[in-house]
Write a protein that binds this ligand. Structure first.
Ligand code: HEC
Length: 191
């Protein structure tokens, strides 16, 4: 056996044994916690967006997301001692780009969704040894105003407003129930 082969086998073994580092009980606990954090973030972001939409439509709400979404993610991260991220295969904010594992998880969810299978939240130990929560973010009707199909389910001028903030925006063309992206939450409390 050559050295490279041996190294590959050893690293796969280390990877697999790390995967087993969380008990079922811990996985369940972190999954619940992850869901709670995702919900709190949605509430914090969504509440303000709905308010701004009522006050002045996408014209007010999109710049609000632009200015505050990253800040809210940071606040929640320090409040819960996690690193919280929302990422996607079709990005609006380039700062939300997926890492390798996140891209894999998105791909898996897309395949499941295509086959009509449920997309479930899960927790695993990540490469840095932290419990890591992943969950799908599905598109709801109220998201269409900013992530729908321009000229159809989304106003053309809303698309123009968003493009002025994000010239490389890819986060349009979604339909209700589509996979919009994922939550990726890394817990900091377990080494
Ligand atoms: C008022 C317009 C608006 C509405 C309504 C809206 N979004 Fe967004 N969305 C944005 C903007 C602007 C960003 C980029 C802000 C950021 O994260 O920095 C964004 C970013 C995201 C991201 C992060 C990934 C990326 O592409 O940067 C996800 C996930 C997301 N939105 C999902 C949703 C979901 C789900 C809903 C409905 C519950 C929704 N959005 C409703 C404007 C909107």
């Amino acid at each position: 056996m050559n050295k490279i082969k041996l190294l590959t086998i050893v690293s796969v073994l280390i990877f697999v044994s790390c995967q087993k580092g969380l008990t079922d009980k811990e996985k369940e606990m972190y999954t619940q916690k992850g869901q709670e954090i995702a919900k709190a973030t949605f509430k914090k972001m969504g509440g303000e967006v709905t308010k701004k939409m009522k006050e002045g439509g996408v014209f007010l709400a999109a710049p609000y997301c632009n200015a505050h979404a990253p800040e809210i993610a940071k606040d929640i991260s320090s409040e819960y001692n996690v690193v919280l991220k929302r990422t996607s295969h079709k990005l609006r904010n380039a700062d939300d780009a997926p890492d390798d594992r996140e891209a894999e998880v998105i791909e898996q969810y897309l395949n499941l969704h295509e086959m009509g299978e449920p997309m479930q939240a899960f927790v695993e130990l990540d490469a840095a040894g932290h419990p890591h929560f992943y969950a799908p973010i599905k598109l709801q009707k109220k998201c269409l105003a900013c992530h729908g199909v321009p000229g159809k389910t989304m106003e053309q001028r809303s698309d123009s407003i968003i493009k002025s903030l994000y010239p490389h925006d890819k986060a349009i063309g979604f339909a209700e129930n589509d996979l919009r992206g994922i939550w990726s939450i890394q817990f900091q409390d377990k080494e």
